[in-house]
Design a protein around this ligand. Sequence first.
Ligand code: NAP
Length: 292
Amino acid sequence: MSSTARKIAYLGLGIMGAPMARHLAAAGHVLTVYNRTPAKADAWVAAYGGTTAPTPAAAAAGADVVIACVGADADLEAVTLGPDGAFAAMMHGTLFIDHTTVSAAIARRLAVEGDARGLYVVDAPVSGGQAGAENGKLTIMVGGSEAAFAAAEPVMSAYAQRIGHMGPAGSGQLTKMVNQLCIAGVLQGLAEGMALGMKSGLDMDAVVDVISKGAAQSWQMDNRARTMSRGEFDFGFAVDWMRKDLGLALDEARRLGVPLPMGALVDQFYADVQAVGGARQDTSSLIRRLVR
Ligand code: NAP
């Protein structure tokens, strides 16, 4: 083990967690992985080495760093503070990094629980999608103390192209809410533009080639417009997750008294997509409401 290699427990080997853990193993860290469905952890270890653990607590015991990337607030609470959760097993001075997109409230609560146990805790939601995780080029928005950020940054650099310290606990999650609202509006605009172009018989590859070089350019246009026009949605960032994220933003906005009419509307449009079987499809499936 090199002097910078750490003992890392990784909790949650989903679409995002599995490739992030792979980059950590490739960087020389020693991994113990936990996944609720054990077969995924077995397959990960067979491919990349390390060991599996049957519970979050067993994975966290003896680790220098514990990282989670699970689903929503209740899932994060289960793997940290629940029975067999990681926090009770973590040693004084251990670093906890959460990559799940959750509420600012649970991020602040974990920071308080961590403080009481002498842990360093950061909320560190990510942007860049499955491709960003696979390529090690995620953008990471971090909340937490200066000391916790300083400890987490070199570990996360194994799979990030940009890491920002946004402020105290919860600030990473608040930044992610801003990120998701910006994406939702762009995607609805893109869906409407593509729908009009397709109905009018334009060659949409040619249209995207031209307008993506002008002011309409966006990540969503570069990465999703062509698959939208072909009706391909079985990849990427799930509609269920986007509804969760818009729900977090709408809750926070209600608390702060900020009107978010576009976010609320697009959230309801995604409910339509869920109703026609699109819950696990990529968020670009918003166009399914407009082009059938
Ligand atoms: P995913 O593929 O569904 O993976 C979720 C992981 O969490 C799985 O390992 C799952 O275990 C585990 N999990 C869920 N609930 C659990 C619980 N109660 N206890 C223990 N483990 C639990 O999801 P993902 O796409 O990787 O997303 C993970 C997080 O990253 C979400 O918060 C999402 O919003 C966020 N995110 C995703 C993307 C993206 O493009 N996919 C981009 C940015 C942020 P099982 O294998 O047993 O189901």
